[in-house]
Design a protein around this ligand. Structure first.
Ligand SMILES: NC(=O)c1ccc[n+]([C@@H]2O[C@H](COP(=O)([O-])OP(=O)(O)OC[C@H]3O[C@@H](n4cnc5c(N)ncnc54)[C@H](OP(=O)(O)O)[C@@H]3O)[C@@H](O)[C@H]2O)c1
Length: 246
């Protein structure tokens, strides 16, 4: 399969990209090119195509998409049509500030990375996925997997200081459900995983000192499995993967 994963320079994205590279071509995107090079060394390097890109400031259509196409064309040894099977929208920004202190610029940054860029990347990747129509007997072959958060799930426990982050994840969950409905007759399934606590740098920033029951590697095992097989069984579903609160 040809798989794109964003936020692949550390945490869940890094471990997922490493696992997926054993069998698949992986386009690994994040800002930190040094850490992406490290990923290439630690994973199955011939299958990993690192791309340094900033979802807050970069131009997805003009710069990122051509790089994705050229990376995969090289991987296949040929120029020509490139097909994406799986898109994992995993990169995210977290700003933790009391609501009275958080600025409009903070909200815009969090929403740009966690929502607007995901909508834009998904829209740009759509033509490169198998989006042919399907009848009731066939099952989707392509998968867009959005990584959300328990904080964005309606009715879940909420925590102070996470208004921008958690509300952006709530919007991402709704976007996932909307796209699943809009494209339910196509070969693309749209699902989301809403994580509870996973031991990463982001968790340490959001909940200093909290010890998560799940490691990034364990979370990645589930993401890798679900990203490559979940489209056959699920569409428009939000999987709540949480053993603790937070
Ligand atoms: N860990 C948890 O407990 C938890 C809970 C709920 C949901 N989640 C979700 O799980 C996903 C992975 O989280 P994580 O804990 O692994 O986070 P993390 O360790 O902080 O990693 C975040 C990744 O996103 C990338 N990123 C951030 N801003 C970016 C930007 N502007 N452009 C491009 N890439 C950017 C980072 O790379 P660079 O800095 O190199 O760009 C990094 O690779 C996120 O969607 C997060 O919201 C995590």
């Amino acid at each position: 399969m040809n798989i794109i994963i964003t936020g692949a320079s550390r945490g869940i994205g890094y471990e997922t990209a490493k696992l997926l590279s054993a069998e698949h071509n992986v386009i690994a995107i994040a800002r930190s090119s040094d850490k992406l090079e490290q990923l290439k060394k630690e994973g199955n390097s011939k299958n990993i195509f690192p791309i340094a890109f900033d979802f807050e400031k970069g131009n997805i259509k003009q710069n990122l998409i051509p790089e994705i196409i050229s990376s995969l064309s090289q991987g296949r040894g040929t120029e020509g049509e490139v097909a994406i099977d799986v898109l994992i929208n995993n990169a995210a920004a977290l700003i933790k500030k009391p609501f009275e202190e958080i600025t409009q610029a903070d909200f815009e940054k969090v929403y740009r990375v966690n929502l607007f860029s995901i909508a834009e990347l998904t829209q740009a990747i759509f033509p490169l996925m198998n989006h042919a129509g399907r009848d009731f007997k066939s099952r989707p072959t392509s998968h867009v997997l959005n990584i959300a958060s328990m904080g964005g799930v309606q009715g879940s426990v909420k925590f102070p200081g996470l208004s921008a982050y958690s509300s952006s994840k709530g919007a991402l969950i709704t976007l996932t459900e909307c796209l699943a409905e809009e494209f339910k007759d196509k070969q693309i399934a749209f699902n989301a995983i809403a994580f509870g606590a996973v031991q990463t740098e982001m968790l340490a920033e959001a909940f200093p000192g909290f010890k998560a029951p799940i490691t990034a590697k364990e979370a990645a095992e589930f993401v890798a499995q679900f990203a490559t097989t979940g489209q056959k069984y699920f569409n428009g579903k939000i999987l709540q993967m949480a053993l603790s609160t937070p």
